[in-house]
Design a binder for this molecule. Structure first.
Ligand code: IVH
Length: 738
């Protein structure tokens, strides 16, 4: 579809939405509807900014907001200062130090239509002459806003937007982000600003997002919704190791406070200086005189962005001149000199052929939309998760419906809504319970805390269904695959097909049975020859000596992922000590006395797991099978307890480190699963740089490779989770109370 056609198509779509919203409004009065919308938007804000777990697409959210805006301007008597249309969201979280922004961080008005963009230009044209209307058109990065403060050239801190006035200090994550200089050097003899707040975005590349999701899915965990949420979750994670493994990037594009004022006259000048200082900037930055030229740039970017490796959700169009920006000023939550043009997500209509139920490793039942294959944003979509029963009810999806499909963050397929005028009169309301009955699945909906920050009774809600019978062949297969996965026992060649056969042939019921598998049995597996049978048996053998945390992770205790498994291993040092631990001991190990509700759920899950006889037997079977179920005393076997935090990472050492000898640093990296190489390339994960680091450091900067100093290196390999902070749980979707 040509861009123009698409824009008008979305113009129609937006009008359709507004129109249907108006129709549905015929029942509630404008005042009631305004109230409803404010409440609904506030709930979505909470999910988006604080929990990084939205349940509607950005497009749907923007529609709610434009409906509210339209109503508020038609009925100014109901206008309120604290309406979501007038304030920026709030991402502040517990456990972070707060700092004020010297200049508040605002949000941006947005539009999906070229017509509205031209209206914006016309408003500006009333105040400034046409020949001064020079715009920059940049990609709108779909990440998390950040403000980097430098004082006399030294990095001081990085803050999130927070509530716009003050933000959370996320500096410790910034060392993991390639391209944020620790120090700014004067360029061409120009003095450094005494204070400068540099505004930008932290993001995750699409391939990194897909990598992490693939890993999660292999482990039977729910995938993340989109890169933005994963970025937000990562920078708000209390666990630095977790963020080290998730690669983040940053782009900078703007200015907050700057002393002395007048250091920069235009954004273009600022960009040049930022580039010279070493910050990453987007390649595309269209320079356009007037609205029509800017529209051209918006269209151009609309095509180019499809091939960007990072997520974008629009274009930001802003006046280049800082003096003119000041002249135009700002509203309560957004500047008048800039606007975001959002590209409506590419959508397609198709038929919902069926809703199937998928059972995960823990027995969780996820409904899946089986769709008539349809092309959306470059790929064919035939399935999409429907998340849970409530989501199906909220969207009132029925088998046989024509539905609109889009990709969240242009990556994950999602069913947005059904097409009402195409619904068959006999379309039946989907009943999850009936479906379970039809399939003969006995299931339950255990209560789960909705907001771990509010542990009061009554805040729990049943969201997902779980099968009651946890020992079916399907679940045995799922557990086996999980147990053999990379973050557990890491047994190569034990994927879906082998696991299914092992269970079907009755060779393996529990993961412990793997260790009694014989070469002869392996030979019986489909397509298995001597070599493949030997490889499988060798892989199983090798896994006997894996670190204790891997075995603990492999148990599949709900909510206990890699991070917590490591903490438990370190604390209890043997599987039997963990198995026999008291509630206080487990609580103490996990949350160091902090009575967080999330912690309580995890403690309950661990205790419930080890209370079950079959799980205790499983642990004993692991011991009898000769697995490594202990960490040897410190000093006798160091590597057994060393967490492989650098697994798969390639380091380059350069310059003189203040206290470590190079050889020691190398050993420390290797003991943690990393490799050390002599030269910097695209494959390098991290450069550990000391004083007088020369060309290698430059090369790293050029390639955007992460650079850390010795202090940061030591921090990463040193004591983990600070006192009183439980790490973010990587398997939070599975926090259940059994
Ligand atoms: S300029 C608000 N430029 O979009 C002051 N913002 O929805 C002007 N964003 O809070 C912002 N890419 O976090 C600007 N190239 C870009 C951007 C960008 C992403 C974010 C930014 C802002 C949000 C508004």
């Amino acid at each position: 579809m040509s861009p123009l056609l698409r824009f008008s198509f979305y113009g129609i779509a937006v009008s359709f939405y507004l129109f249907s919203a108006l129709i549905s409004m015929s029942t509630p009065s404008p005042e009631k509807r305004i109230e409803q919308l404010r409440k609904e938007i506030a709930e979505h804000d909470e999910r988006y900014y604080r929990n990084a777990a939205p349940v509607i697409s950005d497009f749907e959210y923007d529609l709610l907001k434009s409906e509210l805006k339209a109503l508020e301007s038609a009925h100014p008597e109901f206008s309120r200062e604290n309406s979501p249309t007038k304030i920026v969201g709030d991402d502040r979280s517990r456990g972070f130090e707060k700092f004020s922004h010297r200049v508040p961080m605002q949000s941006l008005d947005n539009t999906y239509s070229e017509g509205e963009f031209l209206d914006f230009c016309a408003r500006i044209a009333k105040e400034i002459p046409a020949d001064k209307m020079r715009f920059l058109v940049e990609p709108k990065i779909d990440g998390v806003s950040v403000s980097y403060t430098y004082e006399n050239g030294k990095f001081v801190r990085a803050l999130t937007r927070g509530n716009g006035v003050e933000g959370d200090d996320i500096s410790r994550h910034v060392v993991n982000i390639a391209g944020v200089p620790a120090e700014l050097k004067p360029i061409d003899g120009k003095p450094l600003p005494k204070i400068v707040e540099i505004r930008g975005e932290i993001y995750m590349r699409t391939d990194e997002f897909l990598r992490i999701n693939a890993e999660r899915e292999a482990e039977g965990l729910e995938p993340f919704a989109n890169p933005r949420n994963l970025t937000a979750g990562t920078i708000k994670s209390q666990n630095p190791e977790e963020s080290v493994r998730r690669r983040l990037g940053t782009f900078v594009y703007g200015l907050g406070a700057c002393e002395p004022a007048g250091t920069f006259a235009t954004l273009s000048e600022l960009r040049e200086m930022l580039r010279a200082w070493g910050f990453p900037l987007t390649d595309f930055c269209g320079n356009a005189l007037g609205g029509d030229a800017a529209t051209e740039k918006i269209r151009e970017l609309g095509e180019l962005r499809k091939n960007y490796p990072f997520p974008t959700d629009g274009a930001v169009i802003k006046l280049d001149s800082l003096a003119l920006q000041r002249k135009l000023g700002e509203k309560s939550n957004a500047p008048r000199w800039a606007i975001a043009f959002k590209y409506a997500p590419e959508q397609a209509e198709t038929t919902l052929r069926a809703i199937t139920l998928q059972i995960g490793r823990t027995g969780k039942i996820t409904p899946v939309a089986e769709l008539e294959p349809v092309e959306v944003a470059g790929t064919t979509v035939s399935r999409a998760t429907l998340h849970n029963e409530d989501e199906i009810a909220r969207k009132d999806l029925r088998v046989g419906d024509r539905v609109i499909v889009e990709k969240a963050g242009e990556i994950i397929p999602q069913v947005v809504r059904f097409v009402p005028e195409k619904r068959k009169p006999d379309a039946e309301i989907f009943s999850f319970e009936n479906e379970l009955k039809k399939l003969g699945i006995e299931a339950e909906r255990p209560l789960r805390l909705i907001d771990p920050a509010k542990p009061e009774k009554g805040t729990e809600r049943a969201v997902a269904w779980y099968v009651k019978e946890k020992d079916t062949p399907e679940l045995r297969v799922r557990r086996l695959i999980y147990f053999s996965g990379k973050t557990c026992m890491d047994i190569p060649n034990l994927g879906e097909s082998v696991a299914t056969q092992l269970v079907e042939r009755g060779f393996v019921k529990t993961p412990a049975d793997l260790y009694a598998l014989t070469f002869e049995q392996a030979l019986l597996l489909e397509k298995f020859k001597e070599k493949s049978a030997k490889n499988l048996i060798d892989g199983i053998e090798a896994s006997r000596s894996r670190e204790l945390w891997r075995l603990i992770n492999g148990l599949g205790i709900p909510g206990i992922g890699e991070e917590y498994a490591k903490i438990l291993a370190k604390k209890f040092r043997s599987l039997s000590a963990l198995k026999n631990a008291t509630e206080d001991e487990v609580r103490d190990a996990l949350i160091k006395g902090e009575k967080s509700a999330k912690g309580s759920v995890l403690v309950a899950n661990i205790l419930a797991f080890f209370e079950k006889e079959q799980n205790r037997e499983l642990c004993e079977a692991f011991v009898s099978a000769g697995l490594n179920t202990e960490i040897a005393d410190a000093g006798t076997d160091e590597s057994a307890g060393t967490e492989q935090i650098f697994e798969g990472k390639i380091f380059v050492l350069t310059g003189t480190l203040p206290s470590l000898k190079r050889d020691d640093a190398k050993k420390m990296i290797e003991a943690r699963g990393g490799k050390v190489s002599g030269s910097v390339s695209k494959k390098t994960s991290c450069v550990l740089a000391g004083d007088e680091a020369g060309s290698k450091l430059e090369k790293a900067r050029e390639l955007g490779v992460e650079v850390i100093d010795e202090a940061e290196f030591l921090r990463r390999i040193g004591e983990r989770a600070p006192e009183n902070s439980a790490p973010e749980n990587s398997a939070s979707d599975e926090l259940l109370l059994f």
